[in-house]
Design a protein around this ligand. Structure first.
Ligand code: C5P
Length: 228
């Protein structure tokens, strides 16, 4: 039997890939993997358990004992770590920065690999991250690389965090986004880059609906071809 089809959506932070992934998964009734949440959860647990963010062996061991649960779907999803609701705690920028630091360690990436692949189940999976199409699901049936200018991404992130009640500063957000881009694209293990066979979409001047329509159109064509 063929493994369940995967739609990989990669791109830098704030490109809109999270929102896109949620919408596409809902429309297709596919499962969803927010791989960034796994890096954020690992960073959060490391802080909680006082594990150094450069201690590869201890971080990999930490991943192996994390009890992670996602409840609900879409925007209403709740993330539980060892029974504690950390949905909000893992979303702040400090946790994102810490996640980006530990994401450069190959032992951490290796430890998270099987966990991510376990999300692949029928009827299919939409996987959102940085290396979904290049490393985790190289056989994805559709690979999207979603980008937008750093300025536009900072503005979107600002609105998103503000709407969630966080106290944020646009200038600081832009600086953080640029620092995160730099680290994510320049690390030696699984750097943020479009797969050779990815479709690159620049969403700077596009609405989320326009991007979603484009991806759903591709999905209709390619998923049909896979099941034929
Ligand atoms: O997407 P999100 O902002 O939640 O990801 C947090 C951090 O986790 C990213 O900045 C990136 O360094 C890391 N990450 C990664 N590979 C993924 C997903 C996230 O390296 N597949």
């Amino acid at each position: 039997m063929n493994p369940a089809p995967v739609i990989a959506i990669d791109g830098p932070s704030g490109s809109g890939k999270g929102t896109l992934a949620v919408r596409v998964a809902e429309r297709l009734s596919f499962h969803l993997l927010d791989s960034g949440a796994l890096y954020r959860l690992t960073a959060y647990a490391a802080l909680r358990d006082s594990v150094g963010d450069d201690d590869e062996a201890a971080l990999a061991a930490l991943v192996a004992r994390l009890a992670i649960k996602f409840h609900g779907a879409g925007d209403a999803v709740r993330v539980l770590l060892d029974g504690e609701d950390v949905t909000r705690a893992i979303r702040d920028e400090a946790c994102g920065m810490a996640a980006s630091r530990i994401a450069g360690l190959s032992a951490v990436r290796g430890a998270l690999l099987a966990l991510q692949r376990n999300f692949r189940r029928a009827p299919g999976l939409v996987a959102d991250g940085r290396d979904m199409g290049t490393v985790v699901f190289p056989d994805a049936v559709i690979k999207i690389f979603l980008t937008a200018s750093a300025q536009e991404r900072a503005q979107r992130r600002y609105k998103q965090l503000k709407d969630k009640g966080f106290d944020v500063n646009l200038r600081a957000l832009l600086e953080e986004i640029e620092a995160r881009d730099q680290r994510d694209t320049q690390r030696t293990v699984a750097p943020l880059t479009a797969a050779d066979d990815a479709i690159v979409i620049d969403s700077t001047a596009l609405s989320i609906e326009q991007v979603q329509d484009r991806v759903l159109e591709l999905a209709a064509q390619r998923l049909q071809a896979v099941t034929d």
